[in-house]
Write a protein that binds this ligand. Structure first.
Ligand SMILES: Cc1cc2nc3c(=O)[nH]c(=O)nc-3n(C[C@H](O)[C@H](O)[C@H](O)COP(=O)(O)O)c2cc1C
Length: 285
């Protein structure tokens, strides 16, 4: 599995950290699916190809809850209902989210959510003040059904709980409706409505570990889905280098890099993001 260089996000992800994390997410789906179809998948980072190689061998088929959750999982950028998660379910989430060289930190106390909120607002404010970030984000928003269906990628407005608009109107009014204060207050409400936050921290700041963090995060998200929990990324605290350093000090993780941040809780389902046709993402030699 290889990164698609044409789809890197130069402003928000200049070192391709999220690219490798996203490969890890996809690899974890593949590992769970392979198991269900009677194959044991062993992924490893291939430095020469800058990709992930997956060895497959026959094994007894095993259909896991995580496999069954794959078609139902979605990033749910909505308000949740504030209910907390029972301890036995938190233990299942913990078991899913930890991995080889990656630790997951779980925060469920009200004060911890408020602490994390201050880094979220600091990161989001810095991004909203960065014209290159805002332009990049705008180029990936699919404002209407037409845009969403013709590209089948990006962030569809309806999947973020916003109305669908003709693309030209969306682009025209974007700067009026997408403001720093508005976005910060949306994130405040969303985080305060959540049951908790998971932070994924890998041992080394290298592509192989970024991908492993992605795998852990995907297992966490699938386990959450199997428990009827919703989840959404709130990665602003780890995307702005200056804020990331302060956030790492708060987490007490020494020199390690916090990779990914996800909130979770109980909430509504939103329209799902579309997928590109599988033929578009398969390379043939
Ligand atoms: C590594 C990684 C980082 C992401 N960071 C964010 C983020 O900070 N905020 C956000 O709203 N979505 C983020 N996304 C979510 C994607 O936008 C989302 O996965 C995509 O819209 C597909 O939707 P789905 O998760 O519902 O399948 C991230 C996804 C990946 C794989």
């Amino acid at each position: 599995m290889l990164p698609d260089p044409g789809r890197g996000l130069r402003a928000v992800d200049p070192d391709d950290h999220h690219v490798f994390a996203s490969l890890g997410c996809a690899i974890e789906n593949m590992v769970q699916a392979a198991r269900a179809f009677g194959l044991r998948a062993a992924p490893s980072y291939a430095p020469d190809a800058r990709g992930i190689q997956v060895e497959l061998e026959a094994a007894p088929p095993e259909r896991t809850d995580l496999f069954d959750a794959i078609p139902h999982r979605q990033s749910t950028r909505a308000l949740y209902d504030g209910r907390s998660v029972p301890p036995e379910h938190l233990r299942l989430l913990e078991a899913a989210g930890n991995g080889d060289g990656v630790r997951m930190l779980l925060f469920t106390e009200r004060q911890q959510r408020e602490d994390i909120l201050s880094y979220l607002v600091a990161g989001n404010s810095a991004q909203m003040d960065d014209a290159a970030f805002v332009e990049e984000l705008k180029s990936w928003i699919r404002f209407g059904y037409g845009d969403a269906l013709s590209t089948r990628d990006g962030l569809f407005s309806k999947s973020s709980g916003n109305p669908a608009l003709p693309g030209w109107i969306g682009r025209l009014i974007f700067s009026q409706v997408f403001t720093k204060d508005g976005e910060n207050s949306k994130y405040e409400n969303q985080l305060r409505s959540s049951a908790g936050v998971a932070v994924f921290v890998s041992d080394k700041d290298e592509p192989a570990y970024w991908a492993e963090a992605g795998r852990c995060c995907q297992r966490f998200a699938l386990q959450a889905t199997a428990l009827q929990l919703r989840h959404a990324f709130i990665n602003q605290p780890v995307e702005v280098p200056a804020v990331r350093g302060q956030f790492a000090s708060y987490l007490g993780i020494g020199g390690r890099r916090p990779d990914l941040v996800m909130r979770f809780g109980y909430g509504p389902e939103l329209p799902k993001s579309l997928r590109r046709p599988v033929e578009d993402v398969i390379l043939r030699a």
